[in-house]
Design a protein around this ligand. Structure first.
Ligand code: DAH
Length: 347
């Protein structure tokens, strides 16, 4: 019996020392200590031993059993250590490897907006902001766009909650469709003369395509003082457009309807692609509409608490997304909000 025990001990100590994985050690453990493991089954034969033999074999068996258990535990520890070391080496390799450092830059619209804000600041305009979620009054009614008037169709609007719930009252909430929702606040809150600019986000219930977005920006100027005229409008149009597109660009004002200005104007720049000859992009006319503008309507001045007999004002606005499309040759307006790095890295 004793040689049998010593045999098991020697052959398994050898196997344990060569084991390379925790799985292998689990298997060895089972063949020794499992339900029908070699060590488990040994004591079954002890009943056949004489008292004298048992007093020797018993302690030997216990020692071997403990020794094997300890050998398996120790080997487990070693295998674990070598696995950790391997992982650590791999980790180091990763650190030394090729994670490229990339330097980011401002989004093209953010950069253009900053440029425009600096241009405005240089000639004395200060920034003002108005809520993105606003009442029907500031976005429409107060700007001479009454409920039910066909002019409302110029703006595809995202109303908040169902209009009937508010009985189409002035308090109906909506996502502002233009930065012009700042106009009445500007006039009510600030002292005359007023030189203000707004550059911010707005929202439309649009059918999306290459030229239409639901979320984009507008830049808008409100200038109110004694004797402000269309001449100031022409000057401001040239000042901004020449800085953005180059000083050679010709700028013209053309009559256009906006409910909150009278007279209203479309501000055209000579087509930057064909230099006025007429091409696909300008539809053959040689001009591109770049901004909307006009003399603030007396109704709106009144809403803002300003006497239209004493003061006059102008409002002037454009969309930086459209400007950026023309300036950088961007084919699809949806690219700006896409977050697509392949697009952003073009700038
Ligand atoms: N708010 C107009 C729009 O969303 C743009 C605009 C037109 C602004 C004429 C103005 C303006 O200040 O005078 O289409």
């Amino acid at each position: 019996m004793d040689w049998k025990i010593l045999n098991i001990k020697n052959s398994y100590l050898e196997k344990i020392s060569r084991a390379k994985s925790l799985n292998e050690l689990d298997e060895i453990y089972l063949t020794l200590f499992g339900k029908s493991g070699e060590i488990t089954l040994l004591p079954k034969n002890f009943s056949e031993l004489s008292k004298e033999d048992l007093s020797k074999i018993g302690p030997l068996f216990n020692r071997v059993k403990t020794e094997l258990e300890k050998a398996i535990d120790d080997r487990r520890e070693k295998v674990r250590e070598s696995v950790y070391k391997q992982l650590k080496d791999e980790e180091l390799e990763l650190e030394e490897g090729s994670i490229k450092k990339r330097k980011g830059h401002l989004h093209p619209i953010t950069a253009l907006n900053e440029e425009i804000a600096n241009l405005g600041k240089k000639i004395g305009f200060q920034q003002f902001s108005a809520p993105h979620i606003d009442s029907d009054y500031y976005n429409f009614e107060g700007l001479n766009i009454p409920y039910g008037h066909p002019a409302r169709d110029l703006w595809d609007t995202l109303y908040i909650d169902h209009p009937e719930k508010y009985g189409f009252k002035e308090g109906q909430l909506l996502l502002r469709t233009h930065t012009s929702n700042a106009q009445i606040r500007i006039m009510k809150e600030l002292k005359l003369p007023i030189r203000i600019m707004v550059i911010d986000r707005l929202f439309r219930f649009e059918n999306l395509d290459a030229r239409h977005e639901h979320t984009f920006d507008q830049f808008e100027i409100v200038y109110v003082d004694k004797g402000v005229s269309m001449a100031n409008l022409q000057y401001l149009s040239e000042y901004f457009l020449k800085h953005i597109f180059g000083k050679d660009i010709k700028v013209r004002l053309r009559p256009k309807y906006y409910p909150f200005v009278e007279p209203g104007a479309g501000v055209d720049g000579e087509c930057i692609f064909c230099k006025g000859k007429g091409c696909k992009i300008c539809g053959g006319v040689g001009w591109l509409e770049l901004a909307g503008a006009g003399m603030i309507h007396p109704f709106v001045l009144n809403m803002g608490g300003i006497d239209p007999e004493k003061y006059s004002g102008l409002a002037w606005g454009f969309g930086p997304f459209r400007m950026a499309m023309l300036k950088y040759g961007v084919e699809d307006i949806r690219l700006f909000n896409s977050g697509d790095l392949r697009f952003l890295e073009r700038f």
